[in-house]
Design a protein around this ligand. Structure first.
Ligand code: AMP
Ligand code: MG
Length: 319
């Protein structure tokens, strides 16, 4: 059966009601959406992605008035939800019993997000249930930035893809948790730390990745695997590689690179980290499709969305 894409909200809503899976365009990356209250549908999300059951799903809502149906939000969370939603940010909140345990991998908390994409919001308003949606790719691989990426990653497992065009932000949502007025960032993403700190007028805490910390399940050291070895290099002093190895270059700004280079793409033409974020996953996919044996890439400036890009590069890298 061929997976269809299009902009038919009613069709997408009907499929979700029937317990099927739908590709959801958001401003960050495409999601694989299911009715969060339908345990069977949620289980089929885990199956389609080959996602381990310990890695909880984010629940999507159309607006702030729905939050209190499913979670308990403290004052700081509410303030940030009002300030930044719809937008590329997920809030970890104590969950209410309406959200099935299968969605949260048994955790007492749930990740809540109001996505900033008009088609996503239309779909969320067209159904009378919350929508669970992780990124629409196989577990551990690069996230999809277009409807076609969803189809090539998941094929028939997804019944329909709402086509909202290429994703504006390109990296996943920032995940934050508020505790007693302090804000912790569990995952760097589309909402910058600088923007959060400006609103709060104080520093946020970054929770470092660690396999022993249960706070951010699913935040694995190795993720975003493009299917090729990824080496983070200094383009001014390149490592030696055997002459027959075909290299894909993904630089921050455009640059000429000597050697057996079969692919050469810059993440940003203008030197902007937001442009790099938007292009990152697409560039990794194109590098894989180029027939290269390995990828050479480099850190981008570690500010704003550049921090999220560097986080993804680090976890995609082979070292
Ligand atoms: P994604 O696959 O991009 O949808 O991201 C889902 C990620 O959100 C998971 O891998 C977790 O790291 C994080 N997450 C979701 N729900 C929770 C939760 N209740 N507590 C902590 N982290 C969560
Ligand atoms: Mg993901």
């Amino acid at each position: 059966m061929e997976t269809l894409k299009g902009t038919d909200i009613q069709k997408a809503a009907r499929l979700l009601k029937e317990g099927r899976l739908v590709g959801l365009p958001t401003e960050t990356v495409y999601g694989l959406a299911a009715n969060a209250l339908d345990k069977g549908a949620v289980l089929s999300v885990f199956a389609a992605k080959k996602r381990p059951s310990f890695d909880p799903l984010i629940v999507h809502l159309p607006d702030i008035s729905h939050v209190s149906r499913y979670a308990y939000a403290d004052e700081t969370s509410l303030r940030l939800i009002r300030g930044f939603s719809p937008g590329p940010v997920t809030f970890i909140l104590p969950k209410k019993k309406e959200i099935p345990d299968v969605v949260t991998s048994g955790l007492p908390t749930v990740g809540i997000r109001i996505p900033g994409h008009p088609l996503a919001l239309e779909l969320l308003r067209a159904v009378d249930f919350p929508v669970a949606a992780p990124s629409a790719n196989l577990f551990g691989t690069t996230s999809p930035g277009t409807a076609d990426h969803v189809i090539s990653s998941l094929g028939d497992a997804v019944s329909y893809v709402l086509d909202g065009g290429p994703c504006e932000v390109g990296v996943e949502s920032t995940i934050i948790r508020c505790s007693e007025g302090d804000v912790e960032v569990l995952r760097l993403g589309g909402l910058t730390i600088e923007a959060i700190e400006e609103v709060l007028n104080k520093k946020v805490t970054r929770i470092k990745l660690s396999s022993s910390r249960p706070e951010a399940p699913g935040m694995l050291h190795k993720h975003y695997n493009p299917g090729l070895p990824v080496h983070i290099v200094d383009f001014d002093s390149l490592p030696e590689v055997p002459a027959e190895k075909r290299v894909a270059v993904i630089s921050f700004a455009p640059r000429e690179v000597e050697g057996n280079v079969v692919f050469n793409e810059a993440l940003s033409k203008t030197g902007e980290v937001s442009e790099a974020a938007k292009n990152l996953f697409g560039a990794l996919r194109r590098a894989k499709d180029s027939g290269a044996d390995l990828i050479w890439t480099e850190w981008v400036p570690d500010e704003g969305l550049g921090r999220a890009v560097n986080d993804r590069l680090k976890r995609a890298s082979t070292e």
